[in-house]
Design a protein. Structure first.
Length: 247
């Protein structure tokens, strides 16, 4: 199938996407900050006769993007798909945000996807590639404490549409998934009582539950596959109906 870079691949949606892509014949470059988690996912993939390389990297560092692409090409020869899944989320009232927290959200949630697409561009355009940006319903709904995270996700959706138009002549497709609540470790960064947090999140979803990481991974797989070869510039709400205005 080709080679895919997946960020945030040590856990949750990233790990599930990497496993599913590898099972479908993709070579997978696993990117994240924690080497031990990446190596564990790589071993699982290789144990199923897949091919994976772990690339520990801090996406908050501007030079990381080019290094990730270079290491991926060194391992597999090309980059055919890019899944920008890694993200930072802090839930705070306005008065408690610091410049460092703002900068971290910008660097990981917006700058890193931009720089990764830019660095991978020469490889993606060789045979026509695909980019999937993982956004959030928080980019649409208004929720106290999520002004910064929601702002970055809204920006990521604009970036997805803008680059879809710009890169279409190069046969590079760019789409985004705007996710509702998913059962992943990211919720541990803001929830003190995870069980109560999941119940609260499920209560905001018309379908009455949160998603599994593998449900999201299936859509990632579809969007990078030839099945979606005529689809670009889409921001797909994959949220159980969370953003619907239901009276």
């Amino acid at each position: 199938m080709g080679t895919a870079i997946v960020t945030g691949a040590g856990t949750g949606i990233g790990a599930a996407s990497a496993r599913r892509l590898a099972a479908g014949g993709w070579n997978v470059a696993l990117v994240g900050r924690r080497p031990e988690l990446l190596e564990q996912v790589a071993r699982e993939i290789e144990g199923q006769d897949g091919r994976a390389v772990a690339i520990p990297a801090d996406l908050a560092v501007a030079t990381a993007a080019a290094e990730i692409v270079d290491r991926t090409v060194a391992a597999f020869g090309t980059v055919d798909a890019l899944v920008n899944n890694a993200a930072v989320i802090k839930v705070l009232p306005l008065a408690e945000y610091t410049a460092d927290i703002l900068d971290q959200h910008w660097a990981v949630n917006i700058r890193a996807p931009f720089l990764l697409i830019q660095a991978a561009l020469p490889h993606l355009q060789r045979q026509g590639g695909a980019v999937v940006n993982i956004s959030s319903s928080s980019g649409t709904i208004l929720r106290p404490g999520q002004s910064v995270y929601g702002m970055t996700k809204h920006a990521l959706e604009y970036l997805s549409r803008s680059l879809a138009g710009e890169l279409a002549p190069h046969r590079i497709r760019v789409n985004a998934l705007a996710l509702g609540p998913v059962d992943t470790p990211i919720h541990q960064t803001w929830a003190t009582d995870l069980k109560a947090a999941y119940e609260w999140l499920a209560g905001q979803v018309p379908l009455g539950r949160i998603a599994t990481a593998d449900e999201i991974a299936r859509w990632v797989e579809i969007l990078v596959s030839p099945e979606s070869s005529w689809m670009t510039g889409a921001v797909i709400p994959l949220d159980g109906g969370q953003v619907l205005d239901i009276a």
